[in-house]
Every structure is written in structure tokens, then in C-alpha cells.
Ligand binder design. Structure first.
Ligand code: AMP
Ligand code: ZN
Length: 451
């Protein structure tokens, strides 16, 4: 059974095999660490996790690198405005390193809670300045750079097919309307190196052949991806916004430098929206984080389950109602799992084939999930569900043993009993029963048990 993936570059589904042997060289653009990641960002990271798990299910090894953007991502994609991390540090009265390291740690905790497999290596932009300088010097030799008063820029008119990855024509004559041109020669040109403002000492700045400053955002991904994975990656991923600017720029830099294709497959996840708006860190009304989910009594795995129900190339609209639905479905799955026979059943193999076929068809997770449900209700075994969980990543075994939400419900019942609100405490007991748990009041306090 072969894996097929939609390649944004060819605009087609293509059969995927690694270029060399059985190891997939995968690069995924990581978080910009100036603020908490929101659940929209995590939709993309979960999609990349499902991709990785599907490749592994097909017997492939995945050499996965993810960067941490701790410098260079400017407030505006037009390469002006402040550095996002530096701006947040100034606002909080902290150093840029403190801010970046705080949000990097939080990101790592969040992906653990979402059961997203970590990459083989996280690579920080600030730890690869020399590699970025070397790459800019290479581009300089190739004659595609120019200097302005605020930095060194890539001249996109010097290369053929700039922006062919983007879903829209980025070279169209009106493309520059949204963009502040400054001294740029073309609207699509972008910064490779920015000079530090003359009268200001930045927290994060480095000496370079062009003067003191810091690298542009796009160059970090090109430099680190090629350092760790070679000139041509098997797969490069990110959110669909990156297909427009960031990835075409990475492609332009890497391909000009090496003369080789930068990535064979480019795969992008569609946006998570909230109230019909793309979730974005810059819009406070839509900014829901893992901490927000917890505050509202949800488990991060409820959100993971929620994202599995929609194909990664379709927009996903978030609502609290829909998340409640996902939580119920996840808990029902755990309740059904508990009642299933442990030993393999005859139908397991057919169910496995159905799930694998759906996943191998451009990660059709909603169909794969429907097959899992079919199997849960139709004579499969716990062994099958644990196999499927290698992809779903719902920690079925652990969660069905001591689910934290059940503990929480039991505590809520205790609180109602303490205030003698027996009507409410009975309602919670009924809810627990529906989820497959009983609760007994013993002399040692209430004990929760599976029914
Ligand atoms: P950032 O931390 O802003 O660099 O973004 C991290 C990842 O999240 C990138 O791959 C983005 O393309 C992706 N992303 C940003 N906003 C959304 C959204 N609303 N839905 C899905 N993915 C997103
Ligand atoms: Zn990137």
C-alpha cells in the first residue's frame, strides 16, 4: 500500500516514497516564541504529527527537524516593524532570551499534552547565526542580493519562477499594494539580514560582513533545514499561510544557493477559524490557547480528537459546542474500549486495512476515524484499538485506566456534596455512569470505579 500526499507545488496528489532508502527527511516550520501558541497553530502541528505517524505506520523512519524562531520574525511580513520577540521582551521589561525560552518551554509542554511526537531535534535560530551568514554570502556571490539602508535583501526578479509554490499569483501587478515598499526593488523582495538601528543596542544582534544586525526570518529555515537534512528535503510542512510568502522565500534562497530542488513535497494544513476568522496571535478575540481549554475544563486530548474529524486541507471551524461533542466522543471511545475483549479478534486485520487505506490516501483522517468507530462497534478487540492509537494518539490505554476528567468529575461531585447540593451531586453521578464509571462512598471517601 503506497502513501499518497497532496503536494502544494504540483497541486496534485502524488505517490510518496523517500528519495533515499527508508528514511524520510522532514522539516516543519516551528513556533515563533514571543507568545503562547494558539490552538490554530496546534492544528498544524497535529496535522504534521499525523503525517509522521502515518509514515511510520508504513515502515518508514522519520528524520524530523523543527526550528524554534527566537529571532528575526518581524511584526510585518513586509520586513519592517519590530522583531516579534524583541517587541514582547520590551513590553514585559525582560530580555529577549527570557521571553523566547519561556514560550519555548510552554510549547514543549503543550505538545506533550497533545501527544504530538517531538522532532528528532529542535533547532534554534539564534544558535545558527553563522550558517545563516554563510548562506547569505553564497546568495551574494550568485548576484541575487542588494543592500538598502536597513538591510541586505533578496532580489526576487533575478530568479525564474519566484513564488510558483504560492496558491495565488504573488507576482501580480497589484501584489505590492498591501506591502510597504521602502527601498525594496520589488514588492516580493525580502530581508536576508537586517541592520540594528544605529542608536540602539539590541538584545539579540550579531556582527556580520554587512555590519551589526540580525538575520531575516526566512533564512533561518533554509540554513537549518539544509544543515541537518541536506539540500533536498523529502517533505516540508507548515500552515497554509506559509505557502504564500515564507515557503516561496525559503525555496528561492535554498534553490538559488544549491541549484537543487529544496523540497520534493510541500504539504500545508488549512486554517483553524473561530467565529469565521482565522485564529491569529495578533487578534486577541480569537486567541484560544491550551491553558484556555484547561480553564474551561477540557483536556488537550479533547482538542486533538476534535481536529481528527476534519481533513487537514479543509478549514476547521472551532466552537466550544463542537469541542464538547469531541470530548463526549473521545470518552465514549474509552468506555467502549474498556468493554472490548483484549485478545485479537478475526476482524481486526480487515479493520486495520481500512484504516491504513484511508490514511495512505492523503491522510484521510476523518474516514480513518469512521473506520475505527465501525470497528469499536463491530467485534474488534482492544488489540486493534491500541494499534489504531499509534495514529490517533489519544493515549487510549492510559486514559481508559485513569482518565483525568473522571477524577475531575468526582471532585466536582464532592464539592456539591460538601455544600449539600445533592441534586447536583446526583446529576454528576449520572454523568459518570454514562461515561462508564460508578462512584462509591466508602469510609475512606469516594472511590471511582469502572462499571
Ligand atoms: P507561528 O508560531 O506564527 O510561526 O506559527 C506556527 C505554525 O502555525 C505555522 O505553521 C503556521 O502556518 C501555523 N498557523 C498559524 N495560524 C494558524 C491557524 N489559524 N490555523 C492553522 N495553522 C496556523
Ligand atoms: Zn520556516
Amino acid at each position: 500500500m503506497a502513501v499518497t500526499l497532496y503536494n502544494t507545488l504540483s497541486r496534485n496528489k502524488e505517490k510518496f516514497t523517500p528519495q533515499i532508502g527508508t528514511t524520510v527527511r522532514l522539516y516543519t516550520c516551528g513556533p515563533t516564541v514571543y507568545k503562547s501558541q494558539h490552538i490554530g497553530n496546534y492544528r498544524t502541528f497535529i496535522f504534521e504529527d499525523i503525517l509522521k505517524r502515518t509514515l511510520m505506520l508504513n515502515g518508514l523512519d522519520v528524520n524530523h527537524i523543527m526550528n524554534i524562531t527566537d529571532v528575526g520574525h518581524l511584526v510585518s511580513d513586509a520586513d519592517d516593524g519590530e522583531d516579534k520577540v524583541a517587541k514582547e521582551a520590551a513590553r514585559q521589561g525582560k530580555s529577549a532570551i527570557e521571553v523566547a525560552s519561556h514560550f519555548e518551554t510552554e510549547f514543549k509542554e503543550d505538545i506533550e499534552a497533545l501527544n504530538i511526537l517531538p522532532p528528532k531535534q529542535f533547532t534554534r535560530a539564534t544558535e545558527h547565526i553563522q550558517e545563516q551568514i554563510d548562506l547569505i554570502q553564497n546568495l551574494e556571490k550568485k548576484g541575487v542580493t542588494y543592500k538598502t539602508s536597513d538591510g541586505i535583501y533578496f532580489d526576487t526578479s533575478k530568479i525564474q519562477n519566484y513564488g510558483r509554490l504560492a496558491p495565488h499569483d504573488v507576482n501580480a501587478s497589484d501584489a505590492g499594494h498591501r506591502i510597504e515598499m521602502g527601498e525594496k526593488k520589488n514588492p516580493t523582495d525580502f530581508a536576508l539580514w537586517k541592520f540594528s538601528p544605529k542608536d540602539e543596542k539590541r538584545d539579540m544582534e550579531w556582527d556580520s560582513p554587512w555590519g551589526i544586525g540580525f538575520p531575516g526570518w526566512h533564512i533561518e529555515c533554509s540554513a537549518m533545514a539544509m544543515k541537518y537534512l541536506g539540500e533536498t528535503l523529502d517533505i516540508h510542512c507548515g500552515g497554509i499561510d506559509h505557502a504564500e510568502i515564507h515557503h516561496p522565500n525559503e525555496m528561492a534562497q535554498s534553490e538559488t544557493a544549491t541549484g537543487q530542488p529544496f523540497a520534493r513535497f510541500w504539504c500545508h494544513a488549512e486554517f483553524l477559524t473561530f467565529r469565521d476568522i482565522k485564529m491569529a496571535k495578533s487578534s486577541p478575540d480569537t486567541n484560544i490557547t491550551i491553558a484556555t481549554l484547561r480553564e474551561k475544563g477540557f483536556d488537550p486530548l479533547d482538542y486533538r480528537y476534535f481536529t481528527l474529524g476534519t481533513h487537514y486541507r479543509k478549514k476547521l471551524s472551532f466552537s466550544w459546542e463542537a469541542l464538547k461533542g469531541a470530548r463526549n466522543a473521545r470518552l465514549n471511545m474509552l468506555a467502549l474500549f474498556r468493554k472490548m475483549p483484549e485478545a485479537k479478534s478475526k476482524s481486526d486485520e480487515t479493520h486495520k486495512e481500512d484504516v491504513k487505506k484511508a490514511l495512505n490516501d492523503d491522510l484521510n483522517m476523518p474516514l480513518a476515524l469512521a473506520h475505527v468507530w465501525g470497528a469499536l462497534k463491530n467485534s474488534a478487540s482492544q488489540d486493534f484499538v491500541l494499534w489504531a492509537d499509534h495514529i490517533l494518539g489519544l493515549r487510549v490505554k492510559k486514559e481508559s485506566t485513569i482518565p483525568s476528567n473522571i477524577d475531575k468529575l468526582a471532585q466536582t461531585r464532592e464539592e456539591y456534596r460538601a455544600t449539600k447540593d445533592f441534586k447536583k451531586s446526583d446529576e454528576v453521578r449520572d454523568e459518570l455512569k454514562k461515561l462508564g464509571f460508578g462512584i462509591e462512598d466508602t469510609e475512606h471517601g469516594p472511590v471511582v470505579h469502572k462499571i
